[in-house]
Design a protein around this ligand. Structure first.
Ligand code: CUA
Length: 145
């Protein structure tokens, strides 16, 4: 290998390491919450909403062509929601407008994300991954009272 090639490759490796380290550093400093991928279990394939305590809700979402189950949930302002998301058929998206909730619904996988809703309103959930002919109609809602 040429000396110049070695130097270029070494510098590229150093840049990749700096790039990854800066992402991890920014995540810790700014407290950004990343989605977790948790091991799949059939219990996540049943759509439901469970109240854990006065301020915490677990929402088990199942995406399917072309909607979400549950399609609409209502919660109180100040509620922290643990989202568990899986898919019944193909890959779908799960973006809650006006928040940083942005997940993928993947068959045989469960994605978990926690969000605290401190503002009242109606939050639309949209699918942002092309999933078939009625992809554009795939929506849900979170109503925060
Ligand atoms: Cu589901 Cu697009």
């Amino acid at each position: 290998m040429d000396k110049f090639e070695k130097i270029t490759l070494s510098m590229a490796m150093v840049l990749v390491v700096i790039f990854i380290a800066s992402i991890l550093f920014a995540k810790d400093v700014s407290g950004i919450d990343l989605p977790d991928c948790i091991p799949y279990d059939a219990k996540y394939a049943t759509p439901k909403v469970e109240q854990l305590d006065d301020s915490t809700v677990q929402a088990f979402y199942v995406a399917k062509m072309w909607g979400y189950e549950p399609s609409v949930i209502e919660i109180n302002r100040g509620t922290t929601v643990d989202f568990y998301l899986s898919s019944k058929d193909v890959v779908h998206g799960f973006k809650v407008e006006g928040t940083n909730i942005n997940l993928m619904a993947i068959p045989g996988n469960v994605n978990k994300f926690t969000h605290h809703f401190d503002k009242k309103g109606v939050y639309d959930i949209v699918c942002h991954e092309y999933c078939g002919v009625f992809h554009q109609n795939m929506m849900g809602q979170i109503i925060v009272r």
